[in-house]
Design a protein around this ligand. Structure first.
Ligand SMILES: [Zn+2]
Length: 85
């Protein structure tokens, strides 16, 4: 399994349509969503475990997935030593 960082961007007028898709799929239960909408830069970031980018994106609702890119990455707690690749 690989950690995928999913970055969504959307227009302000798309917020309501994304909210209308809730609740989130069970596959995302317990996953933190960092939402940037209150700043005026509409979007969100979350990290999921998946075998590949397509599997990671498939965890999202269709409208949220449409504006989302997947990046293979890693998540660290602040203060942890980050291993050098
Ligand atoms: Zn928004």
């Amino acid at each position: 399994m690989t950690t995928y960082i999913l970055q969504n961007r959307h227009l302000p007028e798309e917020c309501q349509a994304l909210d209308d898709e809730l609740p989130w799929p069970a596959a995302l239960s317990g996953v933190a969503l960092l939402c940037t909408c209150p700043s005026g830069e509409h979007g969100g970031i979350l990290a999921v475990e998946a075998e590949n980018a397509d599997e990671a994106l498939a965890k999202l609702t269709p409208k949220f997935r449409a504006g989302t890119r997947a990046y293979a990455g890693e998540v660290y707690l602040v203060g942890e030593q980050i291993p050098v690749a």
